[in-house]
Design a protein around this ligand. Structure first.
Ligand SMILES: *Cc1c(COP(=O)(O)O)cnc(C)c1O
Length: 375
């Protein structure tokens, strides 16, 4: 049976992306590779609205977060860590592992981070030189307004270095680090960037590059200064072997993402799905619409396991809750090119899953499905 993958990473990749990955390999030293590298860098620059280049590691998103922690923090650093879910907690945990003193600001699951709460926490905890934020908290479907949070921070020397987990936001929603004042941004290939898993990406501001040049990185592999040397050569390269196939795929995926109106389409898909879910009687997990993610939607029901099981049976693969939300919510991603046919598919599947969870035997979908399965 065909399966429709709706997990918030990995996401379905388009035929164009898969085909790009089928190209013969090239060596990663020399002109042909550099051309590919520069093309990808140019497209990432357009996506992030930045002239700066992006470091690309062969790693998942967690590797990109670890590189920020290893380069920016250490036992001499006090960091304010803002978390509204599992991934905010993870960024905090990695940073603590590198020895930083952590000041916690926790926001309840399903709620977004208010700019004032961050500014007050900083004022109440002098000496925090690093701020950890999550743009899109994938475990709850919360989208944080990073631009507004940064606008509320103190200016000049008092402003902490702003490190952002953009693993599940970049590609699916606006993320303009230079314009907003982010200093270190981490992301990955397999969510909003619509590429198979395997690339961890890190972008730094000029202030960010300066800050790390004054520190000794605590990791060999994730040393950003070492990456920078090769990244800014006329013929850029990587210090260690890059996954060239994934670069081909990212190159192709970026063409779709950079088409006009992509972010608006993602937003519309999220809003349409949310309206359908509410009208079917599901409860959206993020109550305040302005914090709802354009990439992933979480919702609850009194019998989540039954709904998940019924969806899986008809070939739709959503994700469940993580941590304390296990068994309490269902999450569906719409990073990929979800339009009306896909939305109807999902809402129709949920309608039938609701019927099944009530033990309804006359459900039209069930009749058709039983024929399909051969009674
Ligand atoms: C998926 C995700 C991560 C972890 O990424 P991996 O690629 O699984 O290592 C980190 N932060 C956020 C917000 C995520 O969605």
């Amino acid at each position: 049976m065909n399966r429709y993958l709706m997990t918030p990473g990995p996401v379905p990749v388009s035929p164009e992306v898969s085909l790009a990955g089928a190209r013969p390999l090239i060596a990663h030293r020399g002109g042909e590779y550099s051309e590919l590298f520069l093309r990808v860098e140019g497209k990432l620059g357009r996506l992030l609205k930045s002239g700066g280049r992006t470091v690309i590691f062969p790693s998942s998103g967690t590797g990109a977060l670890e590189s920020l922690a290893a380069n920016f923090t250490g036992p001499d650093i006090k960091a304010l860590s803002v978390s509204c879910g599992v991934f905010g907690d993870r960024f905090r945990e990695i940073t603590a592992l590198y020895g930083a003193e952590i000041v916690k600001l926790d926001v309840a699951p399903g709620e977004g981070v208010s700019p004032d709460s961050v500014a007050s926490a900083l004022a109440a905890n002098q000496g925090c030189s690093v701020l950890l934020l999550t743009q899109n908290e994938t475990s709850t479907g919360v989208f944080n307004h990073i631009d507004a949070i940064i606008s509320a921070l103190p200016r000049g020397q008092d402003r902490p270095l702003v490190l952002v987990d953009g693993v599940s936001s970049v590609g699916a929603m606006p993320c303009f680090p230079e314009e907003w004042g982010i200093d270190g941004l981490a992301t990955a290939s397999q969510k909003g960037l619509l590429t198979p898993p395997g690339l961890g990406l890190v972008w730094l501001s000029e202030r960010g590059w300066r800050a790390i040049s004054e520190r000794k990185c605590q990791s060999y592999y994730f040393d950003l200064a070492r990456q920078k040397k090769d990244l800014y050569k006329d013929v850029p390269e990587n210090p260690y072997t890059p996954p060239v196939t994934l670069y081909y795929e990212l190159d192709a995926a970026l063409d779709a993402i950079l088409t006009d109106g992509w972010f608006d389409l993602r937003r519309r898909a999220a809003d349409a799905l949310a309206a359908g879910l509410e009208s079917l009687g599901f409860e959206l997990f993020v109550k305040d619409a302005k914090f709802r993610s354009a990439g992933v939607t979480a919702f609850s029901h009194r019998d989540v396991p039954a709904i998940s099981k019924a969806l899986k049976r008809i070939g739709i693969d959503p994700a469940g809750g993580q941590g304390v939300l296990k068994g309490k919510i269902i999450r569906m991603s719409h990073y990929h090119d979800v339009r009306w046919p896909e939305i109807s598919l999902v809402l129709g599947g949920l309608y039938s899953a609701l019927g099944e969870s009530r033990g309804a035997s006359s459900d039209f979908m069930r009749a058709a499905f039983e024929k399909w399965e051969g009674d």
